[in-house]
Write a protein that binds this ligand. Structure first.
Ligand SMILES: Cc1ncc(C[n+]2csc(CCOP(=O)(O)OP(=O)(O)O)c2C)c(N)n1
Ligand SMILES: [Mg+2]
Length: 295
């Protein structure tokens, strides 16, 4: 392995990157007139921490065989991944303006054949963890030290295929696999409910003790605040230290707020996806870029 982990930026630098990333998400989606907001904003701190402080990658060699892999299993959050890839130097930030155009490399869901830095094509929820387990198993069989990270949504955990891998990854001893669940407490609709409101918007997994479930299947669980960079890196360090030692995969249950960082998007399902008005863009910009102090 000749790729090394990046020098971790300071917390202030990470916050600046994340807030800029959030602004890129909401402004890019507004310009392209379609796209997701809530999940990209909840996942942004985790993505910035991964790409700027964790992954052993080289943007100049996106297909380096020994690189760490990252799979955004909740592929509808593609714009969050694109903005962080651009910030990290995989392609120019100006290219974000082409998001979701027919001839763009930046499609509405990630396409590994189009976009430098994208390791798996996703968008049909539930599939990324299986692909990640395959990559992790392949790395073990080839004697590569690469680590595979997979991010899932909490609503996505309703997909049965996720659980096939939750069951099998410990059996294969995949301690080089880490799942990150963005537990933002909201999915797109929810459980079927009454006639007046067709959907129960409460937490998709509010009735499930996720930590106990993953532990029961043989995973090591880290339950953290997904907006606290210290907690994020503590969990990353523990998952990293497990590689080639623990004999079991790790999962990070990252407690986040959907729509994090913008007053009118935070904590509401209505901004799962959406296009901000000019006035909303002004508000978001003021809150993210012009607040004059670091949160
Ligand atoms: C197999 C499949 N079913 C349905 C959808 C449509 N869909 C896109 S996002 C979403 C909700 C996902 O919620 P969650 O996993 O919690 O994502 P987040 O809150 O992080 O955006 C749904 C149902 C899909 N992309 N794939
Ligand atoms: Mg969710």
């Amino acid at each position: 392995m000749n790729l090394t982990p990046p020098q971790r930026p300071s917390t202030d630098e990470l916050r600046l990157l994340a807030d800029t990333g959030r602004w890129n998400v909401i402004s890019t989606v507004a310009a392209s007139k379609a796209g997701h907001i809530g999940g990209p904003l909840s996942a942004m701190d985790l993505l910035v921490a991964l790409y700027f402080g964790q992954l052993r990658i080289d943007p100049a060699q996106p297909r380096h065989p020994e690189r760490d892999r990252f799979i955004l299993s909740k592929g509808h959050n593609a714009i969050a991944l694109y903005t962080v890839l651009a910030q990290r130097g995989y392609f120019p930030e100006s290219e974000l303006a082409s998001f979701d155009h027919g001839d763009s490399r930046l499609q509405g869901h990630p396409d590994m054949k189009l976009t430098p830095g994208v390791d798996a094509s996703t968008g049909s929820l539930g599939q990324g963890l299986s692909a990640g387990a395959g990559m992790a198993l392949g790395a073990k069989r080839r004697g590569l030290d690469a680590h595979t990270w997979v991010m899932l949504g909490d609503g996505e955990l309703g997909e049965g295929m996720v659980w096939e891998t939750v069951l099998s990854a410990p059996r294969f001893g995949l301690d080089n696999l880490t799942a990150i669940v963005d537990v933002n407490g909201l999915q797109q609709y929810g459980w079927p409910a009454g006639e007046s409101d067709r959907f129960d918007r409460s937490e998709p997994l509010g009735h499930v003790d996720l930590g106990a479930v993953f532990t029961g299947f043989g995973w090591t669980v880290h339950d953290i605040d997904g907006h606290d960079f210290t907690a994020i890196f503590d969990a990353f360090d523990a998952a990293e230290a497990a590689r080639n030692h623990a004999g079991r995969p790790s999962v990070i249950l990252a407690r986040t707020a959907k729509g994090r960082g913008v007053s009118f998007t935070e904590g509401t399902y209505t901004w799962h996806n959406g296009v901000a008005t000019e006035e909303q863009l002004r508000t978001a910009k003021a809150e993210l870029l012009e607040k004059g102090e670091v949160r």
